[in-house]
Write a protein that binds this ligand. Structure first.
Ligand code: NAP
Length: 279
């Protein structure tokens, strides 16, 4: 089977490495000629070019560009594709992307492989990135079943666990477990930096250790990614942030009023519920 990948960065590059190793013939497209040259050198693609025309005879195309370029890539790509060509994307927000892309191409299947790293670009591509991790497919009532089955089959070959969900539910779920933590973690670093006593701030910076490392990790990452989450998943992040604020208000009130039993009950609940999120 001949597969196209547009956007040869961390996700597109990692996908290419695995698909080629699985025996697919991979055609890669990326903006920069240098990225395309590296893609062939690194065994990410059999052929690569900045020209989307390279993909005209492929059977399935994975669009792995940044979120902002996914729909515009389809606009440029679709005029020369056969209608049976499947287009899928890997964007980490689904509702707006699926709505726009399904209008541009009937044979579109929304997808989100939930694997990654803090690195970006083709040099960050790694084999087996998707093995053992979730891959969410977000069909709508109009998604062709055969195309959904084909993308599912490819994702299974990557070693992923497949989940099906509506784009809306996907976006609210990732708002809770991925996007909200970025905002909370960023808020933590921001609040600490607001300490107005320079001696205390300096001491805190010297003392910060494993607890701070864990809670600040996702808020201290790539600003562009956080911005994209907020822009593309605005409503769902806001809903999660508003609910989070209610929890924080409740905890604050219990501490202010020295309601230690109530606080203890919350902490016992969170201890008991955490394993339900991380298996
Ligand atoms: P990335 O490492 O920055 O890779 C994106 C690559 O796309 C860039 O290296 C760039 O390569 C190329 N590109 C940019 N604009 C393009 C365009 N208009 N046409 C063709 N190629 C273009 O980003 P990533 O982390 O792989 O993310 C890609 C997608 O995966 C995003 O939609 C993101 O939401 C999704 N995703 C990311 C993660 C994660 O953890 N990072 C996880 C799951 C899903 P050149 O400019 O060098 O050619």
């Amino acid at each position: 089977m001949e597969i196209g990948i547009v956007g040869l960065g961390l996700i597109g590059g990692s996908l290419g490495l695995d698909l080629k190793a699985l025996g697919f013939r991979v055609y890669g497209v990326s903006r920069k000629p240098e990225t395309c040259r590296r893609a062939v050198e690194l065994q990410i693609a059999d052929q690569a070019s900045p020209d989307l025309d390279l993909l005209k005879d492929t059977e399935a195309i994975f669009v792995c560009t940044p979120l902002a370029a996914i729909a515009s890539t389809l606009e440029q790509l679709t005029p020369f594709l056969a209608p049976e060509t499947i287009i899928t994307d890997v964007g980490s927000v689904k509702q707006s992307i699926v709505t726009e892309c399904s209008q541009l191409w009937a044979n579109f299947v929304g997808g989100h492989p939930m694997a990654g790293s803090a690195e970006q670009g083709i040099e960050a591509a790694q084999k087996d990135l998707f093995r053992g991790s979730a891959y969410v497919l977000t069909p709508t009532a109009n998604t062709p079943q055969q195309s959904l089955a084909k993308v599912r089959e490819i994702a299974l070959k990557l070693g992923s666990r497949i989940y099906l969900s509506s784009p809306e539910d996907h976006d609210q779920a990732v708002a809770w477990i991925s996007h909200l933590p970025v905002m909370i973690s960023a808020g933590l670093i921001d609040a600490c930096m607001g300490e107005d006593n320079p001696d205390i701030l300096s001491l805190a910076q010297k003392l910060a250790s494993s607890g701070f490392r864990d809670t600040s990790r996702v808020g201290g990452g790539n600003p562009e990614l956080g911005l994209m989450m907020a822009k593309y998943n605005r409503e769902k992040i806001l809903r999660s942030l508003q609910n989070y604020r209610l929890s924080l208000d409740k905890i604050t009130k219990y501490i202010e009023e020295q309601r230690w039993k109530d606080l203890e009950q919350i902490l016992k609940n969170t201890r008991d519920n955490k394993p339900k999120f991380l298996h």
